[in-house]
Design a protein around this ligand. Structure first.
Ligand SMILES: Cc1cc2nc3c(=O)[nH]c(=O)nc-3n(C[C@H](O)[C@H](O)[C@H](O)COP(=O)(O)O)c2cc1C
Length: 215
């Protein structure tokens, strides 16, 4: 069965833009037919703990001699890895928090980037190569090319590197910026563009989900 793994990490359970856009994507995926499954992991409501032991960054055969990670932490990592490896498409809600990703999402990344299991080390290990990963990025302010804050986004680039370069996934990014235009007076002039970007993001989510679902 075609399976979508749907992750959210926004701490905002009421007005989150990333949650709204990932929901649009997941709804379009479900609409492709009853065989199209959605597996949901809410990293804010049900956070993973931090990686229990640095040895867990490596495949068991690559761990430093004498390492003995806590079996509970190892089992938790195995479950998160199995869930990702079973997914045909990965969807990640990734709000910008302090120019980076939420710590809840970073904890998930620390669990799934494992050289020798999901990424190459001494062999070309990339079981997720070519599988689609869709990042929904929501950012309060403006990071357009040519603005003083161009290049301040440190949320999407590490996700692109880990999912795209290390794991070999086919990464797409849907971006909503200016989300604080309604509440920050200095961004008031951005309200119109904020609304346009949000509408376009929903449309992009719908069409990309349909295409990836084979509709
Ligand atoms: C803890 C925290 C840190 C934030 N840091 C930034 C930031 O560095 N830059 C920015 O543009 N917006 C920042 N914001 C605003 C969020 O990026 C914005 O509200 C975004 O829409 C959050 O995604 P969501 O709508 O899916 O919750 C921050 C919000 C929170 C809660």
């Amino acid at each position: 069965m075609p399976t979508l793994l749907h992750l959210d990490s926004s701490a905002d359970l009421a007005t989150s833009r990333s949650r709204a856009v990932t929901a649009t994507f997941a709804d379009a995926w479900r609409a492709a037919g009853p065989d199209h499954l959605v597996v949901r992991r809410d990293l804010h409501r049900d956070p993973l703990s931090h990686l229990a032991d640095p040895a867990l960054h490596w495949a068991p055969r690559l761990r430093p001699p004498g390492s003995a990670p806590d079996p509970v932490g190892e089992e938790r990592q195995r479950a998160v890895l199995d869930e990702l490896l079973a997914a045909d498409v990965l969807l990640v809600g990734a709000p910008m928090y302090n120019y980076s990703m939420p710590s809840t999402l970073k904890a998930w990344v620390d669990h799934i980037h494992v050289p020798g299991v999901t990424a190459p080390f001494d062999e070309p290990t990339q079981p997720l190569a070519g599988r689609p990963a869709v990042i929904v990025s929501s950012r309060g302010a403006v990071y357009d090319a040519g603005t003083p804050t161009e290049g301040w986004d440190h949320a999407v680039p590490p996700l692109r590197i880990v999912l795209g370069d290390a794991l070999g996934m086919d990464v797409s990014v849907i971006t909503v910026s200016r989300t604080l235009a309604d509440v920050v007076p200095a961004l008031a002039a951005e309200r119109g563009r904020a609304a346009e970007e949000l509408a376009r993001a929903h449309e992009d989510a719908r069409s990309l989900a349909a295409r990836l679902a084979g509709v």
